[in-house]
Design a protein around this ligand. Structure first.
Ligand SMILES: Cc1cc2nc3c(=O)[nH]c(=O)nc-3n(C[C@H](O)[C@H](O)[C@H](O)COP(=O)(O)OP(=O)(O)OC[C@H]3O[C@@H](n4cnc5c(N)ncnc54)[C@H](O)[C@@H]3O)c2cc1C
Length: 498
C-alpha cells in the first residue's frame, strides 16, 4: 500500500503533545513552522501516486504498488532505484531534505541482519523486527530515528545521576515495557514512528541492562512529549530566506514520560549484545541515503557558486576555475563512493544486498569531514555580497529600490532581481542561521565524526595492506593473516566492475 499526502496529514492529526517556542502546537500540519516541511513530506507521498513520478517512486508486487524507499534491498538495482527516487524528490521539491523516511528506515534492516543475536534471548524479538519491516512496506508510515539521549554526565554511570539521562525500562507488564528518558529526534513531531535504541553503552554490566533496549515507538503514544527547537520558517520573508522557509526539518527533544511500549514493538530488551550489535551496524544501509544528501548539497553549492561567477564574469579566471574544480572533486568523490558501494555491494548476514561497507563508510567520512571546507570555498566564490546585500523589501521600495536596481544590475543579461535572488539563495545556503544548522546536521545527525571513523576502522580490509607489506618486507609467518593478498586485490574495484 502507498499512502497519499492527505492520508499522511490525517495520521499526524492526533493527540500528540508538541511544543515550540513556549507554545503547545494545536495542529502540526498547519503550524507555520511545521507547514512547509510537512507539506513536502505530504508531497513525497503524492509523488508515489502522480502519473509522472509513480514509476520512479514505487515498485509493484503482487499487483500492488509499494514505496521504493522502504523496499528491503535484495539486488543492486534496488539501490539504483532508491537513488533515483531520492533524486526525483529533490528535483520535484527544488531542494534537499534528509529525514523524510527513506534515510532512516534502513536502520531496521541492520537489525534484520542481527536476527541470530536477537534469537539468543527470545525468538519473539526477531519475529518482531521482521513484522515491523513488513509493516513499513505495507502501511507506508513516516519512520524516523531515535538514538541520542541527553546523556548527562558521561564521567558517571547512570545510577549515580538522574537515571533518565539515558532512556531505560522502568517496568515490565503483560502488555509491554514502560520506558523513561528522552531522545533528540529530527522530524519526530510530524512523523509516525521512531526506531528507538541506545547510542552509547555505558550500562557497564548486567545491572544496567535496562538501558539496553530497542523498540519501535508510536510517536502519538501516551506519555510522549516533544519539545522542539525554534523553526526557521516564517521568521522572515521567503524571498530573503528561500531555503529556511521551505526546507527546515525541525528537531525535537522527545520525552518519554513512562511510555508503554507494547511487546510486539519491542525489538530487544535487557540484551546488551543486541544493543552493541545495532550500535556497530546501525548505518550499514542508511548511510547510503545520508551521503546521497551530501551529494545533492554539493550540487547546490556548485550551482550557487557557478551562477555567481557567471553573473559577475569571473568564471574565465583560472584561479576561480580552480576553486570550482575543488568543489567538483569533492562532489565526484562522493558520487564515486556511492556508485562503487553499490557496484561492489556485499551480501549481508541476513541475505540482503548491502552497499560495500568500506566504500560507504569512507565515503561518509569524505563527504562529512570536508563539508565545512566546501561551504567555505562556495562562500568565497560567492563573494562578500552574500552578506551585505539588502533584503527584498529594500529592492521593492521605490526610493532605495531605484538605487539597488542600478547597482545590482550587472549587465543586459543579469538584472538586479536575478542578482538579488541568487545572493539571497546563496546566503541561505551558506551563511544564514539555517545554513549553520544544516552544516551541523551533516556533521552530527548520523552520529559524530569519531563514530564515522570508528565505522571505517571496523569495515576497512586491513588484512590486504598487512599481507602486502608482510610479503614485501619478507616478514615471518607469525604475522600471517587469514586473508590473502590475492583475495584483497580481487575485492578492489576493477574497471569492469559494475
Ligand atoms: C541537527 C541535528 C539533528 C539530529 N537529529 C537526530 C536524530 O534525528 N536522531 C538522533 O538520534 N540524533 C539526532 N541528532 C543527535 C546526534 O546524533 C548527536 O548530536 C551526535 O550523536 C553527537 O552527540 P552529542 O550531541 O550528545 O555530543 P557529545 O556526545 O557530547 O559529543 C561531542 C563531541 O565530543 C567528542 N566525543 C564524545 N564522545 C567521544 C568518544 N567516545 N570518543 C571520541 N570523541 C568523543 C566528539 O568530538 C564529539 O563530537 C541530531 C543532531 C543534530 C545536530
Amino acid at each position: 500500500m502507498i499512502r497519499s499526502g492527505s492520508e499522511y496529514l490525517a495520521s499526524i492529526r492526533d493527540d500528540r503533545v508538541v511544543f515550540i517556542n513556549g507554545e503547545r502546537v494545536k495542529d502540526v500540519p498547519t503550524h507555520p513552522m511545521f507547514k512547509p516541511i510537512v507539506d513536502i513530506r505530504a508531497k513525497i507521498y503524492d509523488l508515489q501516486h502522480a502519473a509522472s513520478t509513480r514509476d520512479v517512486m514505487t515498485y509493484r508486487d503482487a499487483g500492488e504498488n509499494f514505496a521504493i524507499g522502504v523496499k528491503l534491498p535484495r539486488s543492486q538495482s534496488d539501490w539504483w532505484d532508491k537513488r533515483r527516487a531520492v533524486n526525483t524528490v529533490f528535483n520535484e521539491i527544488g531542494g534537499v531534505v534528509t529525514r523524510v523516511g527513506d534515510e532512516t528506515v534502513g536502520e531496521m534492516w541492520s537489525l534484520f541482519d542481527g536476527q541470530d543475536v536477537l534469537n539468543e534471548v527470545d525468538s519473539q524479538f526477531s519475529e518482531n523486527i521482521r513484522n515491523h519491516i513488513d509493516r513499513v512496506v505495507q502501511a507506508d508510515p513516516f519512520h524516523v530515528s531515535a538514538n541520542t539521549d541527553p546523556k548527562g554526565d558521561r564521567s558517571k554511570p547512570p545510577q549515580e545521576q538522574d537515571p533518565d539521562m539515558l532512556l531505560h525500562v522502568v517496568k515490565e507488564t503483560d502488555e509491554g515495557i514502560v520506558v523513561r528518558g528522552a531522545k533528540f529526534e529530527t522530524a519526530a513531531p510530524y512523523a509516525n514512528q521512531a526506531f528507538t535504541k541506545p547510542t552509547i553503552a555505558n550500562w557497564g554490566n548486567e545491572a544496567y541492562s535496562d538501558y539496553a533496549v530497542g523498540f519501535i515507538c508510536d510517536l502519538s503514544a501516551s506519555g510522549i512529549k516533544m519539545i522542539c527547537r525554534t523553526g526557521f520558517a516564517g521568521r522572515s520573508p521567503v524571498a530573503d530566506y528561500p531555503l529556511a522557509n521551505r526546507f527546515d526539518e525541525i528537531d525535537s527533544l522527545v520525552i518519554f514520560d513512562n511510555v508503554l511500549i507494547p511487546w510486539e514493538n519491542v525489538l530487544f530488551y535487557r540484551h546488551t549484545r543486541a544493543a552493541a550489535f545495532i550500535r556497530a551496524t546501525l548505518h550499514r544501509y542508511s548511510a547510503f541515503a545520508f551521503v546521497q544528501r551530501n551529494l545533492a548539497f554539493a550540487d547546490l553549492m556548485i550551482g550557487a557558486a557557478l551562477w555567481n561567477v557567471r553573473q559577475t564574469g569571473l568564471d574565465k579566471q583560472p584561479a576561480v576555475q580552480e576553486k570550482l574544480a575543488k568543489l567538483a572533486v569533492y562532489r565526484e568523490g562522493i558520487n564515486a563512493h556511492l556508485t562503487a558501494a553499490v557496484a561492489l555491494a556485499e551480501i549481508s548476514p541476513g541475505g540482503l544486498h548491502m552497499p560495500n561497507q568500506s566504500l560507504l563508510y569512507t565515503g561518509r567520512v569524505h563527504a562529512c569531514s570536508q563539508c565545512h571546507e566546501m561551504v567555505h570555498i562556495a562562500r568565497e566564490l560567492c563573494g562578500g555580497q552574500i552578506c551585505v546585500t539588502p533584503d527584498s523589501a529594500a529592492f521593492e521600495d521605490p526610493e532605495s529600490g531605484a538605487w539597488l536596481q542600478k547597482y545590482y544590475t550587472v549587465n543586459e543579461d543579469w538584472i538586479a532581481d536575478d542578482r538579488r535572488r541568487l545572493l539571497a539563495f546563496a546566503r541561505d545556503l551558506l551563511n544564514s542561521d539555517y545554513a549553520g544548522h544544516r552544516l551541523t546536521f551533516q556533521l552530527f545527525a548520523q552520529s559524530p565524526p569519531f563514530a564515522h571513523l570508528g565505522a571505517v576502522y571496523r569495515n576497512f580490509g586491513w588484512d590486504g595492506p598487512l599481507e602486502f607489506v608482510k610479503n614485501s618486507a619478507e616478514l615471518s609467518d607469525g604475522v600471517c593473516s587469514e586473508r590473502t593478498l590475492d583475495g584483497w586485490l580481487e575485492s578492489q574495484p576493477h574497471p569492469d566492475a559494475g
